[in-house]
Design a protein around this ligand. Structure first.
Ligand SMILES: C[S@@+](CC[C@H](N)C(=O)[O-])C[C@H]1O[C@@H](n2cnc3c(N)ncnc32)[C@H](O)[C@@H]1O
Length: 504
């Protein structure tokens, strides 16, 4: 198809007669569904503007990138209609071709970069950008840190939250930092192939260097892949539901060097016995090997069915001076060099005196609670994954901590039980997953009059929502938000904020 070439800006003003397409552009500029032009209004012509898209698939346009989305894509606008473009940075002049349009926004592909941003890292990052492994790999690290701080500022401003956001704390290690990999496999040209899914798809981009993972983990994945290839063990095909291996998962303790290999399989076939022998012989630093049997038609990677093949079924790693047992299903912070710094910030903000009863909500394997246990009177933790709670209990023992206890259950179900039991907490540290806190959980914290909250967040959008809820209930945000870069080269944002219940 021959590309249509478009003008970049429409010159319509509020008083000029204009076409339906221009109505759409004007409406978008003021963020309304209807054309705001006085000419239209006079005529009573309230065009439903958002249904008109000013570009079509195949169109080419040349424009300046105005912004970077929270997913790290450049934004180019045609008459106010945003197009998202991979590998395009703010300030760069680009020619793009439209690949897809929706009502509110579209996607376009870079055809040519006419100017380069001073923040651009020279190099070829296409695989990382298109799979979403490292969507910010093309942005200099200092600019990544600024981008994350600004993302939080924008989200707070949108919720009218007057909270200062401190400059992002850089990660000591910016590539090769991930201590865990969950790598999908597919048959490509008859061979079991490792890689990563192209964004918004399950099409595998073949890959063996995963850039942000511990390089030893990358080596182990290739070793395991070659063993599976030699034994003709097929990758699972989610369209036909045939094949065996779905994912290769590897965890490696940064401080201990202990290695866990988990093959996620649909069924345990006889050839896996030989695979086990070869993995044990060739992964010389192997600590434990498991099969995780997942026969469901699902995007969830691990089932709860582990079959132990060798070793104890877990590895150990250290955060600061403490040692932690980590099972396959348990959450463990993936950036081991930055985790102690994140916890230290939370601890400093809490200003413990030794007399506090602390709730460690969303406690995982107990890493936060056990890190602070020596500075407080008692820790109560709750966590939804039973294996993680077992690990937390074992970790209390391992670290000679006798003032911490852990309960299985959702935070929103366990907290009301503790309220009924008369538990009085001085501080609650929350560290929820990306969906943030259940609103009923926040309500119960207020009913229990928990005076101080330390909010460790991995999603500033839900953080902003939850801070508004806390404020509405009488909490004040009493610290700036400290952004901590746990995920270099990616747009993921971790932060810590303190709130205090205000006296009436
Ligand atoms: C971001 S992790 C934090 C874990 C731990 N604080 C740490 O630093 O390692 C969130 C944890 O919340 C758990 N989780 C998810 N939803 C939950 C819920 N509704 N109630 C309790 N725990 C939940 C997850 O299994 C995970 O262990």
């Amino acid at each position: 198809m021959k590309p249509r070439t478009l003008r970049v800006q429409s010159a319509v003003t509020a008083f000029q007669p204009h076409s339906a397409g221009d109505c759409a552009a004007l409406a978008r500029r003021v963020g309304d569904d209807f054309c705001p032009s006085l000419v239209c209004k006079k005529k009573g012509n309230m065009t439903l503007a958002k249904t008109i898209v000013p570009v079509h698939r195949g169109d080419q346009l040349t424009s300046t990138v105005t912004d970077l989305t929270y997913e790290g894509m450049g934004v180019v606008k045609q008459d106010g209609y945003p197009l998202f473009v991979e590998n395009a940075l703010p300030g760069e002049e680009v020619t793009v071709q439209v690949t897809k349009t929706n009502k509110q926004y579209g996607f376009a592909q870079l055809v040519k970069r006419l100017t380069s941003s001073p923040d651009r890292v020279e190099g070829e990052f296409t695989d990382y950008l298109q799979t979403g492994i490292a969507p910010l790999a093309h942005l200099k690290y200092a600019a990544q840190l600024k981008f994350k701080q600004q993302q939080v500022e924008h989200l707070f401003a949108a919720q009218h939250l007057a909270v200062k956001v401190l400059p992002t704390l850089p990660s000591p290690v910016q590539t090769g930092y991930r201590n865990k990999a969950q790598i999908p496999v597919q048959m490509i040209d008859g061979e079991l192939t490792t890689g990563f899914y192209r964004k918004r798809s399950h099409r595998l981009v073949p890959m063996t260097d995963f850039f942000i993972q511990d390089p030893r983990i990358d080596e182990i994945i290739v070793t395991v892949r070659d063993i599976l290839r030699d034994l003709d063990i097929a990758a699972y095909d989610e369209r036909t539901h045939r094949g065996v291996v779905r994912h290769i998962m590897v965890r490696r303790g940064r401080a201990t060097g202990e290695v866990m290999v988990v093959l996620v399989v649909t069924k345990v076939v006889p050839a896996l016995r030989q695979a086990a022998d070869l993995i044990k012989a060739n992964v010389t630093d192997l600590t434990t090997l498991l099969w995780n049997v997942n026969s469901e038609n699902t995007n969830v990677i691990l089932s709860d069915k582990n079959q132990m093949i060798s070793g104890p079924g877990y590895i150990e790693d250290k955060i600061g001076e403490r040692r932690f047992k980590i099972s396959p299903q348990s959450f463990f912070q993936i950036n081991s060099t930055q985790t102690p710094r994140l916890y230290h910030i939370a601890q400093e903000l809490a200003e413990f005196t030794g007399k506090e009863t602390v709730i460690d909500a969303y406690s995982g394997i107990g890493t936060i609670g056990l890190t602070i246990a020596a500075q407080v009177k008692h820790v109560y933790g709750m966590e939804v994954v039973p294996a993680a709670v077992k690990d937390a209990q074992a970790n209390a023992h391992l670290n000679h901590v006798d003032n911490a206890e852990y309960t299985v259950g959702t935070a929103e179900a366990v907290l009301p039980r503790w309220q009924k039991a008369g538990i009085k907490a001085d501080v609650c540290i929350v560290d929820p997953p990306r969906k943030g806190l259940a609103s009923s959980f926040i309500d119960v914290l207020k009913e229990m009059n928990v005076p101080r909250i330390i909010y460790v967040s991995c999603n500033p959008a839900t953080l902003a929502r939850d801070l508004v809820h806390f404020q509405d209930l009488g909490y004040a945000i009493t610290s700036p938000t400290q952004v901590v870069d746990m995920f270099p080269q990616t747009p993921h944002i971790e932060s810590v904020t303190r709130l205090d219940l205000q006296e009436k």
